[in-house]
Design a protein around this ligand. Sequence first.
Ligand code: CA
Length: 414
Amino acid sequence: MTALVRSWVETANDPDGAFPLNNLPFGVFSNGDAPRCAVAIGDRVLDLAALQSAGLLPDHGFDEPALNTFMAKGKAVWGEVRDALTDLLREGNETGAVRAALHAMDAATMHLPFRVAEYTDFYAGRQHAFNVGSLFRDPANALPPNWLHIPIGYNGRASTVVVSGTAFHRPRGQTKAPDADRPSFGPCRRLDIELEMGAVVGTPSEMGRPVTVDEADDMIFGYVLLNDWSARDIQAWEYQPLGPFQAKAFATTIGAWVVTKAALEPFRRPTPPRERELLPYIRDTGPMLYDIDLAVSIAPEGGPATEICRTNYDTLYYSAPQQLAHHASSGCAMRTGDLLGSGTISGPEKGMFGSLLEMTWGGKEAITLEGGETRTFVEDGDTLGLHGHAQGDGYRIGFGPCTGTLLPARDAGA
Ligand code: CA
């Protein structure tokens, strides 16, 4: 395990801080002027456009309001920039030019870090698939027959992927109670979260050309926290036979900081033992999951936050490179800025479930929050937060928060 790399930015050396020099996650910020690319260091945001115009970094489009130009350049360039930034910020190397490019993080506005080309959501959590199969169908046949062979996914909406801190309206949709003879249309009554990690595709693949699992790993620029908000009552009525549609289309929240694969390298973990041997094109070639502690919190409007789940990214059955290799296997072209949701990350026990559907077992067992309120699903005014970090020896690789606040439903035309 590598040790803390000390920085002259003092707050970056805090062992409990999210953003030591070992991390250097990428994002897009503004502070009253145009959005531009940045990295996080301690409690500061480092303006990469300023470093680029000062000639301290090559031109990789850091003055643009998205990371896509940089992400498309591939892993050799990502490594060069990481090495250059590490050098500029290392203890003893302080310069006025770099100091002038630092801004207080708490005064910065964070934007969506990259233009989301397309959004695909997978279903790689075995416990989650088992729980949902038990609740929606039948505990005896909870896991679909293809699940141990295919990283199941669906094509979601890129248009409603939003950055942490964005509020959104409760969706409306068509639902049907099991005992009703016809459906009705109105605000969702079972609004849920899904704790996921998003893999961010940097280098694209060509239409018609499949990629290996190792190539897929090289294509991934980094990872973000991802909340795949879900309207369970809409989902239950609409999902057969083509899968989720409106139940997932209204909002997906991602964290503001993309944590690079280089920062996560010391925390690689293998997938669990294969219950059925995978077909060669998606077979594991090395450890491609990561040891990342994950948590979910919920805070009612004006109230304290309560932690309701704690689990780990390494419980997934399929890694993101396996999902990406499967995605491209038909000849599907993958684009810079493609976002791949992992699927809900639920550990094997109740306190480790990554959705309210599972935590409350279909809304039957309410959760009590600090302050005494209870919840089965998300209520108007609630703020949900995802949190994640990898624990190193004397430092942490943090993801920053991934939060979203639910507003009341809105009428058509209003
Ligand atoms: Ca999902």
